[in-house]
Ligand binder design. Structure first.
Ligand code: SF4
Length: 291
């Protein structure tokens, strides 16, 4: 865990009890191409919630860590013609904005992302069934996978979950036991026939170790070796690391450096000894220059 990892009381994020109108604090709503994991390359409506209780070194969404006074709502799918709306937003307004995005034959699914979207679990319990009913689109949850207790009442409304495994080397976070509990809950619910498909993704860097990769392999193979694992070489942050040699000399930047091709090959080989589906996909949304 990062020393600055904040504690965010769920009560401050949950819909306000002073009124019966469910509300949530959003960052943005827009249409884009998913750049990561099993849905990579598909078109999604992205619903990005405010707040995160982790502080990953490689985070490209630090603007989500707190809630802004306003959120950005795309008026036309993919046109980046954002309207600025006040936070928090009501459920009805959010559903109207999603209806506006939901053009025929355009989107493959809806991405519930953040920040850490599960910090809005109470709101999601109301939102997700209505979202499914109104759009007919599958719902994908992208999560840090460290809050298994917040899955209650949500799994039956989700179609896919992309669960991050936070490696200490690249993220500065360490959540192994929570990740294992999270995966177990998803697999149990899927086995009962009412839950989503889950896959694991993890950011790897030059600082990632063989032991960490072994720990992923042991955790996933113990729970279900059919779970797909996506290794994602880190995309260096804007801090300019074009001089790889200089960065290599500095321990400070190792976690921001992409792994070498040999490291990636070795880690995929290592994981494939235990798991059936191990893929390497760079963060393609960053290659495309997308949000
Ligand atoms: S979980 Fe996601 S949003 Fe939160 S700090 Fe990590 S990368 Fe950033």
């Amino acid at each position: 865990m990062s020393p600055q990892t904040p504690t965010i009381p769920i009560a401050t994020i949950a819909p306000r009890s002073t009124s019966d109108v469910p509300t949530a604090k959003l960052i943005e709503l827009f249409s884009a191409i998913q750049g990561e994991g099993a849905n990579c390359g598909t078109r999604q409506i992205f619903l990005r919630f405010a707040f995160c209780d982790l502080r990953c070194h490689y985070c490209d969404s630090a603007h989500t860590w707190t809630a802004p006074e306003t959120c950005a709502i795309e008026a036309t799918p993919g046109q980046r013609d954002f309207e600025i709306q006040a936070n928090p937003v009501t459920l009805d307004r959010l559903l109207d904005w999603i209806d506006r995005q939901n053009r025929p034959r355009l989107h493959d699914s809806i991405s519930i992302t953040g920040g850490e979207p599960l910090l809005h679990a109470t709101f999601l319990k109301t939102l997700l069934p209505q979202l499914k009913q109104r759009t007919g689109l599958p719902i994908y949850l992208e999560t840090g996978g460290h809050r298994p207790e917040l899955l209650d009442g949500l799994l039956e409304h989700l179609d896919t979950i992309g669960m991050d495994v936070k490696l200490p080397s690249s993220s500065g976070e360490q959540r192994w036991s929570a990740h294992a509990a999270f995966l177990r809950r998803c697999v149990a619910s899927s086995t009962e026939g009412s839950g989503p498909q889950v896959f694991v993704k993890t950011i790897i860097s030059a600082a990632t170790t063989d032991d960490e990769i072994a720990q992923i392999g042991a955790m996933v193979s113990t729970i279900d070796p059919q779970i797909a694992v996506f290794l994602q070489p880190v995309t260096p942050l804007a801090t300019d690391l074009r001089d790889r040699n200089q960065a290599l000399r500095s321990d400070l930047y190792q976690h921001q450096l992409a792994p070498t091709p040999q490291q990636v090959l070795d880690w995929q080989t290592q994981l494939k000894q235990h798991l059936n589906d191990v893929r390497v996909i760079p963060q393609t949304h960053k290659m495309l220059g997308q949000l």
